[in-house]
Design a binder for this molecule. Structure first.
Ligand code: PEP
Ligand code: MN
Length: 340
């Protein structure tokens, strides 16, 4: 149940509302917006069925939440959630771009990539130190030395680090280096991992499972939030369908659907969605025009030599061109690319 309170509600009235609800065995969560304050009630909604909620002083409306995700639902927060990323925010008016290699392969390539994506206007650096690979014989990532390299370029270029955590046993380690913990598509329903990242106060970039519905994605966000970490960024990265012309099928509609369903920021990964470098720009444009709050883009100094995902990685010139072309799409969506 979501209780909407009157404008100018007093702290005493809010306390009283919370006490009433909590005395019935539910938990409460207060969200204060610019004009509105709402009280979310978490727990068995049945218990509120016969309570005259509108008679509690300060309550002006009561909306039952039938959706299985509550903390993530749009109604639960008075305003869209904004998540700080270095100098900018994901979920604000500015469209944010995080770019970098699929995997951290070494110091030189990472430093070069960081310098070039920063100069082109990127707001964060991505790169996997722990890589979820379909084959156990493929490069599995550099591990901790890769994390150290990422922190190094963050310090040099002021680029916050987005990197994947694959295992509950690595959460503490990765959280010691990363600014944003990425949960990959293969782990979207690793509920133990979701619970663990929910316990650390680090933003989480939650990628949609390749066979997950939008509801599944939101339920996974709920797992993280339920542990007390409400800083979740959702990422549409393509899903598996019968189509074989692209690596995945980019679910463009998921972006406006998610923006309607949740207050959490939504970004798009056009690299994994299309699986081909020539598709990155058109998918990025479409995502921004559809309301995405940002992009996650794979960039490599020499895609041909990349140890993973070279086919979908942009080289520096392609990334610079992409950045130079984003503005009209952001404008079409009533946004702008976040200035550095
Ligand atoms: C990645 O970002 O490099 C990655 C492995 O992504 P996904 O989990 O979406 O496949
Ligand atoms: Mn990749």
């Amino acid at each position: 149940m979501i209780l909407v309170t009157r404008q100018g509600i007093t702290e005493e009235e809010l306390d009283h509302i919370r006490e009433r609800v909590e005395s019935l065995g539910l938990r409460t969560h207060v969200s204060r917006g610019e004009t509105l304050t709402v009280v979310g009630c978490i727990g068995d909604e049945e218990r509120l069925q016969h309570v005259p909620l509108l008679s509690i002083p300060g309550v002006v409306a009561a909306h039952p939440v039938m959706k299985p995700y509550k903390l993530a639902s749009r109604e639960f927060a008075a305003d869209p959630t904004r998540i700080p990323l270095g100098e900018v925010e994901v979920g604000g008016r500015g469209v944010v771009v995080v770019a970098g290699p699929c995997s951290v392969e070494g110091g030189d390539m990472l430093r070069e990539t960081a310098a070039r994506v920063r100069a082109a206007g990127a707001h964060g650096i991505r790169g996997g130190a722990f890589k979820p690979r379909s084959s156990p014989y493929s490069f599995q990532g550099m591990g901790q030395p890769g994390l150290e390299l990422l922190v190094d370029v963050r310090d040099t270029h002021g680029l916050p680090v987005v990197t994947e955590v694959m295992d509950t046993r690595q959460v503490e380690l990765v959280a010691g280096y990363a600014d944003v913990l990425q949960i990959g598509t293969r782990n979207m329903q690793n509920f133990n991992l979701l619970t663990e990242v929910g316990r650390v106060q680090r933003p989480v970039l939650l990628k949609r499972g390749m066979s997950a519905t939008i509801k599944d994605l939101l339920m996974s966000a709920e797992y993280i939030m339920q542990q007390g970490n409400s800083q979740v960024i959702l990422c549409e990265r393509g899903i598996r369908t019968f189509e074989t012309a692209t690596r995945n099928t980019f679910d463009l509609a998921a972006i406006p659907v998610l923006k309607r369903e949740t207050h959490l920021p939504v970004i798009a990964d056009p690299s994994h969605a299309g699986g081909r470098r020539d598709l990155v720009a058109p998918l990025a444009f479409a995502a921004i025009a559809a309301g995405a709050d940002g992009l996650l883009v794979e960039v490599h100094p020499d895609p041909e030599a990349a140890w993973s995902d070279g086919d979908q990685s942009l080289d520096f010139a392609e990334f610079e061109r992409l950045m130079g072309q984003l503005a009209p799409f952001a404008e079409a969506a009533g946004r702008k690319v976040a200035p550095l």
